[in-house]
Design a protein around this ligand. Structure first.
Ligand code: FES
Ligand SMILES: [Fe+2]
Length: 453
């Protein structure tokens, strides 16, 4: 008797592919705890660790690079301190400590620690006790800047200068910080910014336009190396406009993207980034995105941004956190759903990297080289030391030039030529600062654009 249904026929390879799930994550790039090669590398850089508004009059417990810590604001001058969580007397947690002038005191037997972890007081000990001079608590230097708290968790004898970018202090720019947790490894959150092609599908063609329709066009990507880090140009033609969207990339995790949300309908010269963003590992399977959103006059012609939506656990563009209902995340997934669903730690051995993954392949290669170099005893290159000037010139943002299709010329070749020329104009102004640099770049872009008319 024949079956009352058709048995599916095909190449079904589920059984043959089961071995894929035995593959394991790459520890060199994903393990961030104390003593790991990647963890040691990451500890050579200043990184944002919290928003200042998270630290009230009580100690604020947090976890960074697999270490349990407490951040507190001492009461004399309001300085921030960052110390290991457990008291060095008998390990009571300092999240229950007493914040005082110039330090924090453990509430169990009263040991008081200064901002650098020195034991200042042991009130229960007799005068002859020498423990005060022997014990100390682990502490890290902290900088508070524009609503963010930055820490350096590397060796105390090699504190690097803090890298100040040109985008951190622009006239007419309101910077609002935000911080969002993701339950996954830091690398997959970071790699999302090195993958310009997901914008075409995930953010535009998959379900609906999450940002702007013009993202549906495949961009031409060109990479440019700088004294520290890279930038890449995403070039698209939108009718008569050639739109060059520039993203800054600096290891270990700093990125600046283009503007939020530019409309490629008219010329725009040296528009700046919508986001200055870091990816800070909490531990191997938890991560924080910590960033400033930039708000400037004229950046958002369609009114798609919202300052009120930017802060602890939230930002004003779609799909950056897990606070949407599961069904909505399934029907309209965003960046958060992409990077978190790759797993607690993405397994690279299961992937099939393709042509459009050159940014991802590049960042893994550069990261691996940097981690190995630090493991071999070399100093970690520092952005603030790679330039003779401060602030550091960056490039992130959008330029749009009116350049019609050229009779008899391949348009891809035109776009490539324009991208390289625009990059060269930006780079040529590296030694200038502030308004002078902006004016030079704008003038050069306008002159270049005029040459195509
Ligand atoms: S455990 Fe902290 S003072 Fe004793
Ligand atoms: Fe994205």
């Amino acid at each position: 008797m024949t079956a009352p249904f058709d048995v599916p026929q095909g190449q079904f390879r589920g059984h043959a592919q089961q071995h894929v799930w035995q593959e394991t994550p790459d520890p060199e790039l994903t393990e961030v705890g104390p003593g790991t090669p990647c963890g040691e590398y990451l500890r050579r850089y200043w990184m944002p660790v919290a928003m200042t508004e998270q630290v009230g009059d009580l100690p604020f417990r947090l976890r960074l690079l697999g270490e349990d810590l407490v951040l507190f604001r001492e009461t004399r001058e309001g300085r921030l301190g960052l110390v290991h969580l457990h008291c060095r007397h008998r390990n009571m947690s300092l999240e229950f400590g007493i914040v005082e002038e110039g330090g924090i005191r453990c509430s169990y037997h009263g040991w008081k620690y200064g901002m650098d972890g020195t034991v200042l007081d042991t009130p229960c000990e007799p005068p002859a006790s020498g423990v005060k001079g022997k014990a100390c608590l682990g502490a890290y230097p902290v900088i508070e800047y524009k609503g963010l708290v930055f820490a350096y968790m590397g060796p105390g004898d090699a504190i690097p200068p803090f890298p100040v970018m040109d985008t951190f202090d622009e006239a007419g720019d309101e910077m609002i910080p935000y911080l969002i947790h993701s339950p996954c490894n830091w690398l997959q959150v970071m790699e999302n910014a090195w993958d310009p092609f997901h914008v075409v599908f995930l953010h535009t063609k998959a379900v609906r336009t999450q940002f702007i329709d013009a993202f549906a066009e495949m961009p031409m990507i060109e990479f440019f190396e700088r004294p520290y880090g890279d930038f890449y140009t995403n070039t698209r033609r939108v009718d008569d406009i050639v739109w060059i969207r520039i993203h800054d990339k600096m290891l270990p995790s700093f990125t600046q993207n283009g503007g939020h949300f530019p409309v490629p309908e008219e010329s725009r010269h040296f528009g700046r980034c919508g986001l200055s963003r870091w990816v800070t590992p909490v531990d191997d399977t938890n991560t924080m995105v910590i960033a400033w959103r930039h708000f400037r006059e004229g950046d958002d012609p369609r009114g798609l941004t919202d300052r009120e939506e930017v802060g602890v656990g939230k930002t004003d563009f779609y799909g950056q956190s897990g606070d949407r209902p599961y069904e909505l995340r399934q029907r309209d997934p965003g960046d958060y759903d992409a990077w978190v669903s790759q797993g607690p730690k993405n397994v690279h051995a299961r992937e099939n990297l393709a042509f459009t993954d050159r940014g991802v392949a590049k960042v893994r290669r550069k990261l691996r080289e940097a981690i190995r170099s630090v493991a071999a005893g070399e100093p970690a290159p520092q952005p603030a030391l790679a330039y003779e000037t401060s602030p550091i010139p960056t490039y992130g943002g959008d330029t749009m030039l009116r350049i019609p299709r050229q009779e008899g010329r391949d348009d891809g070749a035109v776009l490539k030529e324009v991208a390289h020329k625009v990059a060269a104009i930006y780079i040529a102004a590296d030694a200038l600062q502030g308004e002078e640099r902006r004016a030079q770049i704008v003038a050069d872009l306008q002159a270049y654009e005029a040459g195509w008319q």
